[in-house]
Design a protein around this ligand. Structure first.
Ligand code: PLP
Length: 397
């Protein structure tokens, strides 16, 4: 029996339920087996572009690393196992994954609907690049079913949503989007970068494709850039891999190996990120300089019921605004680092208006609620008291 099936079945038997309920075991073992040649418990890094072939047309499934690589495939099996899906397609970056999704499912004349609160690079790719190839994009407030239905009245090939939306953490009801978009004949993709399969399972809620920047929580240690697409549709997966090979943007073997190592602790890290962020958010909410704060774990979170229904935890991200100079706060932090990234063990603080969403127009930022005073905090895995002490001194500065 394929060892991948053996692990999945063992987990299912132990759980008496779907394998998805034993994510820690799947994160460590899903799609992994000791190296048949040596017994090495970790998948080796197959750092080779080229694979020797036995005869013309006869080989072991690998010819050239742009097309397929055993270490990258180990990562793809693991990502797929976590999502209860086919092995994923892994990419050089999250944006390479998004670009491949768009090049695979869209053609000139197609229309895309995006949730209005979404990573700025996704909007830039569609509006500043694919627009010139005849793809139209509409940003819509996907918290409103009526607004979504109105946008989908125009024939739509793809609906892509992010929940929580980066950076203001507005939630979208993914089951609603899947139902309404499917009725309208659109494919549904969910960027699950901010929560991962450990806290949210878009395919179970009706999505066709899950998008990841593995750069964030999936790898989790600020060590790699990477992306992934996960689906249960074999024909779509085959086409995605065809386009990935044609455009040349797969994940590299060493980065795949580092990502695999990060994945082993994903459920543990996501639970801890949520717990530490909860402490920090509750403290920030009481601070007199904080004018508003959003974190899905807070009792005051406006979409608390949806957060409870859809997410397995609050996640590690906090959005807030302060009275006064937000840029001064961000320059005064010492433990937290002022940086563009999110989702790593180190706490990172970001100014979305000039950093992650700086490529958008002021109108686009206004539409997304990205004000100049907005602060995004990616809470790491440090002791919460130390993060709070750092924010306290920076807010007093
Ligand atoms: C939600 C989300 N999706 C996609 C991306 C793009 O990923 P990458 O930076 O790995 O290309 C990012 C990057 O910040 C992101 O935050």
């Amino acid at each position: 029996m394929d060892p991948y099936d053996r692990i999945s079945l063992a987990v299912a038997a132990a759980a008496g339920a779907a394998p998805s309920s034993h994510l820690s075991t799947l994160a460590i073992h899903g799609g992994q087996w000791p190296d048949p040649a040596t017994g090495a418990i970790l998948t080796p890094i197959y750092q080779s572009t080229t694979f020797r072939q036995e005869a013309v047309g006869r080989h072991k499934g690998y010819t050239y690393t742009r097309q397929a690589n055993p270490t990258v495939e180990a990562l793809e099996r693991n990502l797929g196992a976590l999502e209860g899906a086919l092995p994923a397609a892994a990419f050089a970056t999250g944006l390479a994954a998004l670009a491949t999704l768009f090049l695979t499912v869209l053609k000139a004349g197609d229309h895309v609907v995006l949730s209005s609160v979404i990573y700025g690079g996704t909007v830039r790719l569609l509006r500043r690049v694919l627009h010139d190839f005849g793809v139209a994009t509409t940003l819509v407030d996907t918290t409103s079913e009526a607004a979504l239905r109105a946008a989908l009245a125009r024939p739509t090939r793809l609906a892509l949503v992010e929940s929580p939306g980066n950076p203001t953490l507005v939630l979208t009801d993914l089951a609603m989007v899947a139902r309404v978009a499917r009725e309208a004949g659109a494919l549904v993709a969910v960027d699950n970068t901010l929560l991962t399969a450990a806290l949210q399972r878009p395919l179970d809620l009706g999505a066709d494709v899950v998008v990841y920047s593995t750069t964030k929580y999936i790898e989790g240690h600020n060590a790699t850039v990477g992306g992934a697409l996960v689906t249960r549709d074999p024909a779509l997966l085959e086409r995605l891999k065809f386009v990935r090979n044609a455009t040349g943007c797969p994940q590299a073997p060493f980065d795949a190996w580092l990502t695999l190592r990060g994945l082993k602790t994903l459920p543990l890290r996501m639970a801890r990120h949520s717990a530490v962020a909860q402490c920090v958010a509750e403290w920030l909410e009481r601070h007199p300089r904080v004018s508003w704060i959003r974190h899905p774990g807070l009792a005051s979170f406006p979409q608390r019921d949806l957060a409870r229904r859809q997410q397995g935890g609050g996640g590690g991200m906090i959005a807030f605004e302060i009275a006064g100079d937000a840029e001064r706060l961000m320059s005064a932090v010492k433990l937290c680092a002022l940086a563009e990234n999110l989702g790593a063990v180190e706490s990172l603080i970001t100014h979305p208006a000039t950093m992650t969403h700086g490529s958008l127009t002021p109108e686009e930022r206004r539409e997304m609620g990205v004000s100049d005073g907005l602060v995004r905090l990616s809470v790491g895995l440090e002791d919460p008291e130390t993060i709070i002490a750092d924010l306290d001194q920076a807010l007093g500065a």
